[in-house]
Design a binder for this molecule. Structure first.
Ligand code: GRF
Length: 213
């Protein structure tokens, strides 16, 4: 039996972050045992299938309400042995009952320096605000919108950015580095909640040094 941490990845679209996980941590620091999508036919599902990872679609329209969908999703992930749920471009909110099934073990990648620009259209919000530094946050998921404790962040200065596409292109390499790094840290048991401040995630010193954060 594999000793690697069994993780699930939730997607809704292109799946470039899933690809980064498949290319770096999968079969090494962790094992992707399930990929679930909120939409059928998206490229992310094909990326998983190509690597032989089991996939499933949990479309909102197939269930009477979000709670029923979340429960079916959580049941499938639990059946697959999931110990960490990674949201990688998953475009649905997950309710508290889902989060309670995987306590302290759901993380997300968001294309802004949180707490700025939560929710949808984060890059558009940042451009409208006129910021000069853009960034990416990997954070724990709580019942709020992009409000869980920060695990890793990265930033890039873009003085002349006008279009969301050019910002996203600059942020993609950061996402593809930070999300796998956060998964590896989690799998190594290197992340803990600071008892003095539960918003602060402590990274074990030797791992923080090698991670360069
Ligand atoms: C990323 O920009 C991520 O930050 C956001 O959704 C996007 C997903 O992209 N949450 P991809 O499907 O991984 O290519």
């Amino acid at each position: 039996m594999s000793e690697r941490l069994p993780i699930a990845v939730l997607v809704s679209g292109t799946g470039t972050n899933l690809q980064a996980l498949l290319d770096t941590v999968h079969g090494r620091d962790a094992q992707i045992v399930a990929v679930a999508s909120s939409l059928a036919g998206v490229p992310a599902l094909a990326r998983a299938e190509q690597r032989g990872v089991p996939t499933a679609v949990f479309a909102r329209s197939a269930y009477p309400d979000r709670g029923a969908r979340d429960q079916a999703l959580a049941d499938w992930l639990a059946e697959r042995g999931t110990q960490l749920v990674v949201l990688a471009g998953y475009m649905e909110l997950l309710g508290a009952p889902f989060l309670d099934r995987f306590p302290g073990a759901v993380i997300n990648v968001h294309p802004s320096l949180l707490p700025s620009f939560t929710g949808m259209r984060a890059v558009e919000q940042a451009l409208e605000y006129g910021v000069k530094v853009f960034g990416v946050t990997v954070h724990y998921v709580d019942a709020g919108v992009d409000s869980g404790a920060v695990i890793l962040q990265g930033a890039v200065e873009l003085l002349g950015a006008r279009e969301p596409g050019e910002v996203l292109a600059a942020l993609r390499p950061l996402e593809h580095e930070l999300l796998p790094r956060a998964v590896s840290l989690f799998a190594a048991g290197a992340l803990s909640v600071d008892p003095e401040n539960p918003r602060r995630i402590a990274i074990r010193a030797e791992d923080a040094r090698t991670a360069g954060v």
